[in-house]
Design a protein around this ligand. Structure first.
Ligand code: SAH
Length: 372
């Protein structure tokens, strides 16, 4: 590289957003593209990438692995469910687990992943670990996709203060030719295709140095049959699990039942208010005070349930009143979109609300008192 040209840039290169965020965004975009259900981040450090990925709704299993337990524990609390996750359980299930161990060792807990990410990991590996790494990740774990990022040493002359390596813990830094030949050889050995890209664009006129962070995306060429998966299933656990969070999900019958019963009770309240409102207006029409004819809905109900109230009116209340008791057919309740979406089938609705709301003797309607 021309020394004068190089000096023109050294130290003035600043990436916006910062390079580490561009790397994480690259992974997020990959997740949006391939929609993996199970993702493992190797060398997850303080779990920032995992924390970002927990918001990707396609992911159901997230795992992190690092050989340094203390760095993982620093912010692992950020991976725990929040109160809102309990108040409004998500449709998908999500389990997040953190393991303490080395990528140079095989552990059965790392099997079955769709995407494995190794962001700025390989340059931290000792030679002996780097030699074992391809067999562990591509041979043993054999996910559909592997993404590996590492510093591109061709870019280093443009970075201020970088003499040998960008970080004191780096064991090596490869240029583009070194990284690509390692990646191509690994891909060929384990039957993957590989494409190269990166983040951190070089300055105009210096395109030859390539991206500041070089990235290889490997895609498995064969689809793993259950037989080939079985061949590799062995081994005792060598990693230590240091964290596990199971998020509340509507796939769990307990949370689904809570959500359905709450929604049914809420729907019944709206219907009941509407019914009372109608009855009151009828009653008032016979009396003399017209100012009293406005809605009897509680103000907060009016605000939050306008859509539901409209629905109740549209459905012209397929309920009937017998003295002080009103009956709303379960079929009517099932036809409300949210109840319908949650339950899926009418039988499921009946099963989930059994014993939780008062039903008519034949079980076909919800019963409530409208004594006023
Ligand atoms: N992926 C993170 C962290 C990169 S730093 C990010 O992009 O920000 C590299 C991480 O790899 C460190 O946390 C280090 O503890 C971990 N590491 C080093 N050798 C390892 C090994 N053999 N197995 C697993 N993790 C390792």
């Amino acid at each position: 590289m021309d020394k004068n040209f190089q000096e023109q840039f050294a130290g003035v290169i600043k990436f916006t957003p910062p390079l580490y965020k561009q790397r994480y965004q690259f992974v997020k975009d990959l997740v949006e593209k391939y929609k993996p259900k199970k993702v493992a981040d190797l060398g997850c450090a303080d779990c920032t990438l995992l924390w970002m990925l927990k918001y990707c709704s396609c992911i159901e299993v997230l795992a992190g692995l690092d050989s340094c337990a203390s760095v993982m524990k620093e912010k692992m609390y950020k991976l725990s469910p929040l109160p809102v996750d309990y108040l409004q359980p998500a449709q998908r299930s999500l389990t997040i687990t953190l393991h303490h161990g080395s990528v140079a060792c095989k552990d059965p807990c790392m099997l079955g992943f769709d995407l494995v990410t190794c962001i700025e990991l390989i340059e931290h590996l000792e030679e002996s670990e780097l030699n074992k790494f391809p067999e562990v990740v591509f041979g043993f774990m054999s996910p559909s996709i592997v993404v590996i990022s590492t510093p591109n040493s061709d870019f280093n002359p443009l970075l201020k203060g970088v003499t040998l390596f960008r970080h004191p813990d780096h064991k090596f830094e490869w240029n583009q030719v070194q990284f690509q030949s390692w990646a191509l050889e690994t891909a060929a050995r384990y039957n993957y295709s590989v494409e190269f890209t990166g983040v951190g664009l070089p300055p105009t006129g210096m395109e030859k140095v390539g991206f500041c962070t070089q990235i290889a995306v490997f895609v498995r060429k064969y689809s793993e049959t259950s037989e080939s998966a079985q061949l590799e299933k062995p081994l005792e656990a060598v990693y230590k699990t240091v964290f596990k969070a199971v998020y509340p999900s509507l796939k769990d019958e307990r949370y689904l039942q809570n959500a359905v019963v709450s929604e049914v009770i809420f729907t019944i309240q709206i219907i009941k208010q509407n019914l009372l409102d109608c009855l009151m207006s009828e009653h008032k029409e016979c009396n003399d005070d017209p100012t009293e004819r406005k809605s009897k809905f509680h103000p907060s109900m009016n605000r939050f349930s306008e859509d539901l109230r409209k629905l109740v009116v549209e459905k012209s209340l397929e309920s009937f009143v017998n003295g002080n008791v009103a009956y709303i057919p379960l079929a009517t309740i099932f036809s409300f979109p949210k109840v319908n979406r949650l339950c899926g089938t009418f039988e499921k609705l009946c099963k989930l609300i059994a014993g939780k709301v008062t039903l008519s003797s034949d079980g076909s309607a919800v019963v409530f008192n409208i004594e006023h």
